[in-house]
Design a protein around this ligand. Structure first.
Ligand code: ATP
Length: 384
């Protein structure tokens, strides 16, 4: 196993806009790193440069402390797990796992020992004589990983391995991959465009947009302290609400009312003119289902609820608003970047399942003002 360091990596195809632009990310030995971002952000290109399937235009790719820019893929000793697992249908589980060892002309005794050891770790030892067609999706995934581990690869690389599966199977496989990676403790880089996969699998997550690294952090940090509007909008479902905001003293004026925010947050956002406030749906609540002592006037507003979607343990309420022209352009661009729904015209609020708010009601809504983010509309940077 080995650490992977990407140092100022650049990839240009022809003279065009760089597909990967000065990206530096370190993956520690045994770490699970996710590369995530919308289509075209450069995540697959970056992975292919780690494996050696793509030339590096500039920067250094280091594996186990060694520069590998000019090493052929087979000399990097990495193991790529593909979307369809690339198993041989006519070979048994045993033969599939043994394949890379046979290819390397390993002696039969070593082949047998390694295949048996790997299949035990992966709980495949009872299925060694079966063919891939007679295995479940999860078992096939394990065979693909078995083939990777018998090679004693330095790292596993996954390119959207679950994107062809239905939602239920995807959930199961996600758990399976996470469990295996922890058990094997092997350095892993995993590409996905799915923020749920990113948040649940990664020790750390690198978010890319148009070839540029936006933030590299733990899932919790990304959620709680997004570096900019793009990361804030990309991570979280339903997505964070973005609203025009003006800060005066420790008051923030929003389209539906004025709230008091903590002084340290307010201090960072003074004298900046019109800003964009970000509030996650979870950080609102129906004031009528809360303890009375938690609800203060400075943290509530009244609004007419347009639509309510009740999901059992929670409900989503939608409240229309109109973003002023000064921030509309920025929010329209953000919607495009995120392939998102309208961020300019409605607020999404997650309510406790006990809430009785229904469509057309005038409701009192509480906001957790400590959790508000304030973004600079020109740069997108999170000021708080
Ligand atoms: P997706 O999720 O759609 O696969 P991605 O984030 O993995 O997207 P890449 O496939 O890495 O993105 O592509 C990044 C950019 O580089 C895109 O603009 C793409 O069009 C461009 N690109 C990728 N491969 C080539 C190539 N062989 N020649 C020219 N441009 C390319």
């Amino acid at each position: 196993m080995a650490a992977i360091e990407m140092k100022n990596i650049v990839k240009k195809y022809g003279d065009g806009f760089p597909a990967v632009n000065d990206v530096s990310i370190d993956v520690e030995d045994g770490e699970f790193l996710i590369l995530v971002g919308p289509s075209g952000c450069g995540k697959s290109t970056l992975l292919r440069m780690i494996v050696g399937l793509e030339d590096i235009t500039d920067g250094d790719m280091m594996i186990g402390g060694k520069k590998v820019n000019d090493l052929a893929p087979r000399d990097r000793n990495l193991s790529m797990v593909f979307q369809n697992y690339a198993l041989y249908p006519h070979l048994t589980v045993y033969e599939n796992i043994a394949f890379p060892l046979r290819l390397a002309n390993k002696p039969e005794s070593e082949v047998d020992e390694k295949v048996r050891e790997a299949s035990k770790t992966l709980e495949l030892d009872e299925h060694l004589e079966r063919k891939p067609g007679n295995l479940s999706g999860g078992q096939r995934q394990r065979v693909a990983m078995g083939r990777a581990i018998v090679r004693d690869a330095e790292a596993f690389l996954f390119d959207e391995p679950l994107s062809n599966l239905d939602a239920k199977l995807r959930g199961q496989m996600r758990t399976e991959i996470s469990r295996l990676q922890k058990r094997l403790g092997i350095t892993t880089v995993y590409v996905t465009h799915d923020q749920t996969e990113a948040m649940t699998l990664g020790d750390r997550v690198a978010v890319l947009k148009r070839g540029v690294l936006q933030q590299h952090a733990t899932p919790r940090e990304l959620y709680e302290n997004p570096a900019n509007l793009f990361v804030a909008g990309f991570i979280g479902s339903p997505p964070m609400n973005f609203l025009p905001a003006k800060v005066t003293g420790n008051q923030v004026e929003l389209p539906f009312g004025t709230l008091t925010i903590p002084e340290d947050k307010a201090a960072k956002a003074q004298d900046k003119g019109l800003l964009i406030a970000g509030i996650r749906p979870d950080h609102f609540e129906d004031a009528s289902v809360m303890d009375a002592d938690k609800v203060t006037d400075e943290a509530t507003f009244n609004a007419t609820v347009d639509v309510v979607e009740w999901l059992g343990n929670e409900a989503y309420a939608y409240i229309p608003f109109e973003a002023p022209p000064e921030v509309r352009e920025q929010l329209t661009q953000l919607e495009k970047d995120l392939d998102g729904e309208s961020m300019r015209t409605q607020l999404v609020i997650s309510l406790d399942g006990a809430s009785r708010i229904s469509e057309g009601d005038d409701a009192t809504i509480w906001v957790d003002a400590r959790k508000i983010h304030l973004f600079d509309p020109a740069t997108g940077e999170n000021l708080t």
